[in-house]
Design a protein around this ligand. Structure first.
Ligand code: ARG
Length: 492
């Protein structure tokens, strides 16, 4: 009886898995696309307005694409990945307020530069830092992988590295750090949107921004340079700038800060700004579905891989057969369990699927599925080992083959015994998918990040994201409990 139940489950799982993998694998149309990567936490150069990424860089590339009959696709990812995305051919151009540096020039080609910018210091008014001379020994925040990061690291000390400038500024406002080193224009935006912080006079460094294009694409580079020159000539560039900055380079259209409100009113406003305005709640809802889709498929994939590996390993332990397969499984377990899942995800995305245009959801499913498979394998193997040895002997003496005994006597019992541990693994997996943002997937965590980058409010979006995960995990635990009880009943 348990054997039948278990087979039924497996069939359902496999059917679902096939369905999702076909759905995810559908190729996108390739007709003359121009893929731009950016890190949309950098107003006025790139930031979200509603669903869209806008800003000087976005508008500029959009115009370049229009003039060359290309369909622009903008992808948002961590700043420290945009150059790699261009280098590995995942994207055509990186436009992300990128400062021209000699080190970067070794990796990619730069277009002609389009603006000058400074690195400035943001501090709390009346805080511990009054000039750049005071920085040493203070807690300095930067955005990870930026020139601000490099400057502070090589000239002052190890900084505190944040995923984006807004997070660093939020930490400054709440007193967690003493200063933020950031590019001048985004710094001005942050200062205008927060109270109690200001920019110190003087610049730490002066730089120029350009866009990054792969060294293997000289024709694309030439096209960009030519169109940019035309746009400068005919005044388009100036018009794009004027959409975001006034004549003195100050940000336009910054929301007016409302002060002196009671706690309750502030809370209500915060909910309104973070979730209601511009339908921002949709980032969370859409992200939620992406997270569920990835987790669900990865769990199925992990289960299949895990089962196979566990069976091979146990069969080898018990019968001494399958030496080669066992060896391969061993390598798989060692490599997967010995490296962090983010690194695996990045390797699968940038290296293994480097030059193929495959859906990111699929990449994530493969990465998390392969990762989870290793843990599931060991969990199931421990379940198999825990089944009394007499069971196998009994099965064999009844004339069943090793395989049949394994399938219909041992595995169903093993599965039941390890269900709690498996449930644990699924919960971990669900939460681990929160690193998907690294490959520009908009999962639940990234949804919260996007809201954060639009509203400059760290508190509510993070709390909401946390609550959503919590609810999902609680539901998942309940489901597993039901399954456990169901299997227990079947036993009798
Ligand atoms: N200009 C700096 C750099 O190139 C910071 C750029 C950050 N850009 C962004 N979109 N977050 O390192």
């Amino acid at each position: 009886m348990p054997g039948i139940v278990y087979r039924k489950w497996l069939a359902v799982l496999l059917a679902f898995m096939g369905l999702f993998l076909t759905a995810c694998g559908e190729k996108q149309e390739e007709r003359s696309k121009l893929i731009m990567v950016t890190n949309a936490t950098f107003p006025p150069y790139e930031f979200y307005q509603g669903d869209r990424i806008v800003g000087i860089d976005a508008d500029m590339v959009s115009e370049i694409a229009r003039r060359n009959n290309l369909d622009l696709v903008i992808e948002d990812m961590a700043f420290d990945s945009v150059i790699a995305a261009v280098q590995t051919g995942k994207a055509d151009v990186a436009a992300s307020g990128i400062t021209v540096t000699e080190d970067r020039r070794k990796q990619i080609d730069f277009t002609t530069s389009y603006v000058k910018a400074d690195q400035v210091i943001i501090v709390r008014e009346n805080g511990a830092v009054a000039s750049s001379a005071d920085l040493k020994g203070k807690r300095i925040g930067v955005q990870h992988g930026t020139t601000g990061d490099m400057y502070v690291t090589s000239n002052i000390q190890e900084p505190e590295r944040f995923q984006d400038g807004a997070l660093a500024v939020a930490s400054l406002v709440t007193g967690k750090i003493d200063a933020v080193v950031l590019d001048s224009s985004p710094a001005a935006e942050h200062v205008a949107r927060n109270t109690g912080i200001c920019i110190l006079p003087g610049a730490l460094a002066s730089e120029e921004y350009a866009m990054a294009i792969s060294k293997n694409r000289p024709e694309l580079l030439a096209m960009f340079n030519k169109t940019m020159a035309e746009m400068k000539e005919d005044g388009t560039m100036a018009r794009i700038w004027a959409r975001y900055l006034d004549k003195d380079g100050k940000p336009l259209a910054v929301p007016v800060l409302e002060q002196d409100q009671g706690l309750w009113q502030r809370m209500v406003n915060s909910v309104e700004v973070n979730f209601v305005k511009d339908n921002r709640w949709r980032y969370l809802v859409n992200g939620f579905f992406v997270t569920i889709e990835i987790s669900f498929c990865a769990v199925l994939m992990g289960l299949c891989i895990g089962f196979l590996v566990a069976v091979v390993r146990s069969a080898h332990d018990q019968t001494g057969r399958y030496k080669v397969l066992n060896f391969l499984c061993h390598i798989y377990l060692t490599v997967v369990r010995g490296t962090p899942v983010v690194v695996q995800l990045l390797i699968i995305y940038f290296v293994i699927f480097g030059s193929v245009d495959v859906s990111k959801v699929l990449v994530a499913i493969v990465a998390f599925g392969v990762n989870s498979g290793a843990y599931v394998a060991e969990i199931i193997r421990s379940g198999i080992m825990a089944v009394d040895g007499g069971q196998m002997e009994a099965g064999r003496s009844l004339g069943m083959s090793y395989g049949t005994t394994m399938r219909s006597v041992i595995l169903p019992q093993a599965f039941k015994n390890v269900l709690p541990a498996l449930g644990n693994e699924f919960i971990v997996l669900l939460k681990e998918t929160s690193v998907c943002g690294y490959i520009a997937l908009q999962d639940l965590t990234k949804g919260g990040d996007i809201i954060r980058s639009q509203t400059y409010d760290a508190f509510l979006p993070l709390i909401m994201v946390a609550l959503t995960y919590l609810v999902v995990v609680v539901c998942l635990s309940q489901l597993l409990k039901k399954l456990e009880n169901h299997l227990k009943k079947n036993e009798r």
